[in-house]
Design a protein around this ligand. Structure first.
Ligand code: HEC
Length: 170
């Protein structure tokens, strides 16, 4: 083979080689930035998932603390299963009153309630004592327990919600 054609072939190989190299660089640039994008997305998802996890753990804590407090402070009258006591103490389990008066519950738990009230079409007229020693958190836990167990709620009542509602007690 004459020298010139060998040189041409080398040049040609050189071009192919350079092109391949360039292509490789471009690809690896895109691949690495894609990897970054994936990493960022996965991290955001993980972060979101762990926030959700934290909230569901909190919900479980409020439910179990709420149950403990309920059994200590409320079950004597409303009964452990929330069914109340005949025509004297109204039920909490499946009570329409709980759903209709959601915003009043914190005040009822803290300051008690008296006068005639109607729960599931039955009138009651005795007084419920106050629980002024309970903190906002304790009230939030009790409400989380009764609302998730008997009023179909899926979420936690927060301490802040209780604090806000208590400002509006009459
Ligand atoms: C000494 C008995 C007694 C205790 C203890 C008691 N309650 Fe009551 N509760 C009553 C009575 C009686 C009424 C109805 C008052 C009326 O007729 O106005 C009532 C009413 C209620 C109501 C509104 C009506 C309904 O059935 O939805 C809620 C909610 C309630 N109580 C929650 C609680 C919670 C939560 C506790 C515990 C922190 C508690 N009670 C402790 C006697 C009690």
């Amino acid at each position: 083979m004459p020298y010139s054609s060998i040189k041409k072939k080398t040049d040609f190989n050189q071009i192919i080689y350079l092109r391949a190299k360039l292509q490789n660089r471009i690809c690896s640039f895109f691949e690495s930035s894609l990897t970054h994008v994936y990493l960022i997305i996965t991290n955001i998802l993980l972060l979101f998932a762990s926030c959700q996890d934290a909230e569901s753990v909190k919900l479980q804590v409020y439910i179990s603390e709420g149950q403990r407090l309920y059994e200590q402070k409320c079950a004597n009258c409303h009964q452990k299963d929330g069914t109340g006591l005949r025509k004297l103490i109204p039920p909490l389990a499946q009570a329409d009153y709980l759903i209709k008066n959601k915003d009043q519950l914190a005040c009822i738990v803290k300051y008690g309630i008296s006068g005639e009230i109607t729960v599931n079409n039955q009138n009651y007229n005795l007084s419920m004592p106050s629980n002024e020693g309970l903190s906002d958190r304790h009230i939030a836990q009790i409400l989380t327990y009764i609302n998730t167990k008997w009023a179909g709620a899926q979420v936690r009542t927060s301490d802040e919600q209780v604090k806000e509602r208590l400002k509006q007690c009459k």
